[in-house]
Design a protein around this ligand. Structure first.
Ligand code: SF4
Ligand code: SF4
Ligand code: FES
Length: 264
């Protein structure tokens, strides 16, 4: 996109005069840190094909070089540019400006469920701590690695996750109730589903799902599925089958009876 060639002091109120003939979008961007902050308004000239991340980069380059934002691939693959755009968690690099009503302001905020580090960058490290507690893929030592295509197709969906944490951000168990210590969240139910449904995996994660990961707190609202940029059917294909396995194991009276008799 076109760069503003004026010196900073020649610009008036975040608005670049050299773009006065172009369509201008108004952004309200959160500026601040863990102690608080406020919205700052930026006027950004719009070019064809621009996404929200382009607008943030325009602001960084031409108006506020200290605006903090995390991004990497700009191709919807690294998962690092997640933010709340007009209140909805999205990848900024996948949010085209022509999908917004540019006569209205576009608000860009960091994800609400995680502590803000600065501006649009927040601390998502809790997610990586949850991830470390999940038993990894555990094939038999003598496995011959043969799998049917149907089994591969089933787990492939879960491997599409790019760890953008939009689902974690929107889940009310984390966002409103802040049950982080007891609840792993939809991203990690997706990961566990990919492992538990893998035909060659031998580890058992059902007790951890029930006790440590708190799958019982999920009441299947499907908010996580609605925001997933990879279109993973988080609730239907990962969470519900895992819940069924937990119920079968721990709450089915007939199975509990036989387990008592045969000890497994
Ligand atoms: S379906 Fe479950 S995991 Fe997904 S947002 Fe709702 S409560 Fe959270
Ligand atoms: S499951 Fe979807 S929304 Fe959740 S972290 Fe993965 S890609 Fe993002
Ligand atoms: S920059 Fe990588 S997903 Fe947006």
């Amino acid at each position: 996109m076109t760069s503003c060639t004026l010196k900073k002091e020649e610009r008036s109120e975040h608005y670049c005069e050299s773009h006065s003939s172009m369509k201008i979008a108004t952004f309200k961007v959160f500026r601040g840190d863990i102690n608080g902050g406020a919205e700052v308004e930026y006027k950004v000239p719009v070019e064809e094909g621009m996404v929200v991340l382009d607008a943030i980069h325009y602001v960084q380059k031409n108006i506020s070089p200290d605006l903090a934002v995390r991004w990497n691939c700009k191709a919807a693959k690294c998962g690092s540019c997640s933010a709340e755009v007009n209140g909805k968690p999205r990848l900024m690099c996948k949010s085209r400006l022509d999908d917004f009503d540019l006569s209205k302001e576009i608000r860009v905020y960091p994800m609400k469920s995680f502590p803000v580090i600065k501006d649009l960058a927040c601390d998502v490290s809790w997610n990586f701590e949850v991830n470390k507690k999940i038993a990894p893929f555990t094939p038999k030592p003598d496995t011959d690695w043969k799998m049917s295509q149907r089994d591969i197709d089933r787990v492939q969906e879960f491997r599409k996750c790019i760890e953008c944490f939009a689902c974690q951000n929107v889940c009310h168990v984390i966002r409103e109730h802040d049950l982080k210590p007891k609840f792993a969240g939809p991203r990690f139910f997706v990961r566990v589903a990919g492992l538990e449904m893998h035909p060659l995996d031998t580890a058992d994660r059902l007790e951890a799902l029930k006790d440590d990961m708190g799958i019982g707190f999920c009441n299947i609202t499907k908010c996580c599925t609605e925001v997933c940029p990879e279109d993973i059917h988080i609730t239907d294909n990962a969470i519900i089958p895992l819940k069924e396995r937990v119920v079968d194991r721990f709450y089915d009276p007939l199975k509990m009876f036989f387990r008592k008799i045969w000890g497994k």
